[in-house]
Design a protein around this ligand. Structure first.
Ligand SMILES: [Zn+2]
Ligand SMILES: [Zn+2]
Length: 376
């Protein structure tokens, strides 16, 4: 029997760049389909709000509406379909991303680029073809195969990744997006080497994990760039050797005061394409820019200094989900947290009931928040 669940439903995006004061999400009761085949039902234990959720509310991505928002979640498996073999009722899981395990990218170990993910996301159907929610018989679609702003969610089995029970849910949920995105960009995509110089533009819920990864990789210096002094302070606590407030100064100039020849790696973690240009100016002639932030889909372009790029050997590349194969990476990150090597406590700046989801988005857009936990 399908079960009822309170969930945060986005009817349609607001057609405006300014989120402030808008109320696009409502909390409603939806029906969650029974798991069949390769699907599992998960009772959400904790979930948190990411900038990408606001991007969905602003219509930055191609997807099907209405949908249940939320993609950073952890919970407990409460039912499994008849073709699920690797998960059992009672397993604690972090919800990752769709990865079919069978397409060319998945088979090559790049499940972050699974060919079945984008079509599934755009159609609002799980990889298995199911629309996970309904309301009065009408379909309510999923968000990134996860939809964690709900008491219960239905996902394809590849999305639910087991983690140790000793990891508290209100920390495990953070492993579902911001942590692997920021940590992986530094540790895995760039594979930052010992002693290399790093600048991280944007030290919020993603960038702070990049700072920790740079610290663990023994990069030096690690230069944090942001416009919010509190975030810069936190970056210092988590391993940044320098903090640059880009609000009142040219960050490239400040970075070049520390590293006159430019840094080896610059990470764009703000989602603003103008910052990509700054990152390119900040790296040395063989430096690498890693673009992590998500600008509005299809709407942004970048000015490239072709002369500076071609007559040096600068490189620019993207990083999606930290280039991780998440079913392997999330348990390893969970272990780092349990062992006290990766700290997540500092990321949590508030807890709100799901009924305050619009206010939570407002607060996140205001810049003062890192991660707010949302209680379904
Ligand atoms: Zn996210
Ligand atoms: Zn695949």
């Amino acid at each position: 029997m399908p079960i009822e669940s309170r969930a945060a439903v986005l009817e349609e995006p607001i057609d405006d760049h300014d989120f402030t004061g808008r109320r696009p999400v409502s909390v409603e009761t939806v029906e969650v389909a029974d798991p069949t085949g390769e699907e599992v039902l998960v009772e959400i234990g904790a979930t948190s709000l990411c900038h990408t959720d606001v991007g969905f509310a602003l219509g930055h991505f191609d997807c099907a509406y209405p949908l249940v928002l939320g993609h950073e979640g952890a919970g407990v498996v409460t039912a499994v379909g008849d073709r699920v073999h690797d998960l059992e009722v009672g397993d604690h899981v972090v919800l990752g991303r769709i990865a079919c395990g069978r397409c060319e990218q998945c088979r090559a170990g790049h499940s972050n680029l699974c060919a079945r993910r984008v079509p599934a996301n755009e159609s609002g159907r799980l990889r298995t073809g199911t629309v996970p929610f309904s309301r009065d018989g009408d379909p309510v679609h999923h968000c990134l195969g996860v939809s964690s702003f709900s008491e219960y969610t239905l996902v394809s089995e590849d999305v639910a990744i087991p983690v140790p029970e000793e990891l508290p849910m209100d920390r495990a949920c953070l492993l579902g997006c911001g942590v692997f995105t920021g940590f992986g960009a530094v540790e895995n995509t760039a594979a930052v080497e010992l002693g290399s110089s790093v600048a991280i533009f944007g030290v919020g819920g993603v960038g702070l994990n990049g700072v920790q990864a740079a610290d663990i990789c023994d990069a030096d210096p690690v230069i944090a760039v942001d416009v919010v002094p509190e975030k810069l302070e936190l970056a210092r606590e988590l391993g940044a050797t320098h903090a640059v407030d880009a609000g009142g100064t040219d960050p490239v100039e400040r970075i070049r005061e520390v590293c006159p020849d430019g840094v080896d790696y610059a990470f764009e973690m703000t989602g603003q394409s103008a910052v990509i240009t700054q990152a390119l100016d900040a790296v040395g002639s063989r430096g690498e820019v890693i673009v992590v932030g998500v600008p509005p889909f299809g709407k942004e372009s970048v000015d490239l200094d072709v002369y500076g790029m071609l007559f040096g050997e600068k490189a620019i590349r993207g990083s999606l989900s930290g280039s991780y194969n998440l079913p392997l990476a999330i348990p390893r990150l969970a272990e780092l947290v349990v062992d006290g090597k990766l700290s997540l406590d500092e990321l949590v700046t508030g807890t709100r009931p799901i009924t305050e989801i619009n206010e939570a988005m407002d607060a996140l857009e205001g810049g003062g928040q890192i991660r707010q936990l949302i209680v379904p």
